[in-house]
Design a protein around this ligand. Structure first.
Ligand SMILES: [Zn+2]
Length: 67
């Protein structure tokens, strides 16, 4: 097994008041109110509205791996 060092760049909205984990695995669509799972992607399967994930939890915007 090889090991890599990865530098992550994370962003999170200041409006997200909760601690490190916002419970982003269970979200509600702001458009239609449907319950969404991050496993289904960041777009509502019902109304197609895109979720702004950084409003809920840390979002990886960039990463650099060094061997
Ligand atoms: Zn929706």
């Amino acid at each position: 097994m090889r090991r890599y060092k990865i530098n992550l760049t994370l962003i999170k909205s200041a409006a997200c008041k909760t601690q490190a984990v916002c419970g982003a695995s269970v979200l509600k669509c702001r458009g239609c109110g449907a319950s969404l799972s991050l496993m289904e992607g960041k777009r509502c399967a019902y109304c197609g509205r895109e979720l702004d994930l950084k409003m809920y939890d840390w979002v990886i915007t960039n990463y650099v791996s060094s061997k």
